[in-house]
Write a protein that binds this ligand. Structure first.
Ligand SMILES: CC(C)(COP(=O)(O)OP(=O)(O)OC[C@H]1O[C@@H](n2cnc3c(N)ncnc32)[C@H](O)[C@@H]1OP(=O)(O)O)[C@@H](O)C(=O)NCCC(=O)NCCS
Length: 167
């Protein structure tokens, strides 16, 4: 694998990207299970992120293949804190360290490029893979919001994580 992350451009939207969200495993732990996805819709989403100073949407690429996304939201916050979220849409890449690589890259950017004090993230209870990705990158659990999300027909806890970037 030759992984990089770079700001996702509208021209890089493909039908494969749209199709990630038809996979029930991909949307199993997220609000994406309530959304409908289309080629035009994803182009608008990417364009919206490009226009939004507060958010950076990065594509995760293996060579030229778009395999996932990672977002950082809160870049204009007075509190110098931002939230990250990620999806590895090409499920055959799961368990190969791709999300861990992307999160490590975002942490580096958060420190060096965005001068942030803190990153935070969350996952629905049960999303063990996501928890491992965060913990491997130094995030610690800051709290558990009880029955905070309605996912797959049941209320589940949300696990909140933080990573302090400054001493
Ligand atoms: C969660 C997700 C981003 C992880 O991506 P990934 O590239 O597979 O993550 P990594 O390979 O870097 O790490 C996954 C970890 O989970 C572990 N893992 C894989 N399958 C697992 C399973 N069934 N049960 C427990 N752990 C598992 C891996 O071994 C690895 O841990 P390790 O490095 O300690 O061995 C990916 O599964 C995904 O996109 N899921 C759908 C979207 C989503 O849930 N996004 C996060 C929302 S909070």
């Amino acid at each position: 694998m030759k992984l990089i992350i770079s700001i996702l451009q509208v021209e890089q939207v493909t039908q494969s990207y749209v199709d990630w969200f038809s996979n029930k495993e991909i949307v199993r732990y997220s609000d994406n299970q309530y959304r409908t996805f289309s080629f035009d819709g994803q182009c608008s989403y990417v364009e919206g992120c490009l226009q939004n100073d507060d958010v950076n949407l990065y594509g995760i690429f293996d060579d030229n293949t778009h395999i996932g996304n990672i977002t950082i939201s809160g870049l204009t916050s007075h509190h110098r804190k931002a939230e990250i979220a990620y999806v590895i849409g090409e499920a055959n890449y799961w368990g190969k360290g791709v999300a861990s690589f992307a999160v490590a890259n975002i942490i580096q950017k958060a420190k060096e490029e965005f001068n942030l004090n803190k990153l935070y993230a969350c996952h629905a209870s049960g999303n063990v893979r996501s928890g491992k990705v965060l913990k491997k990158n130094g995030f610690v659990i800051e709290g558990i919001r009880k029955k905070h999300a309605f996912i797959n027909g049941v209320f589940v806890d949300q696990i909140d994580y933080g990573l302090l970037l400054e001493g």
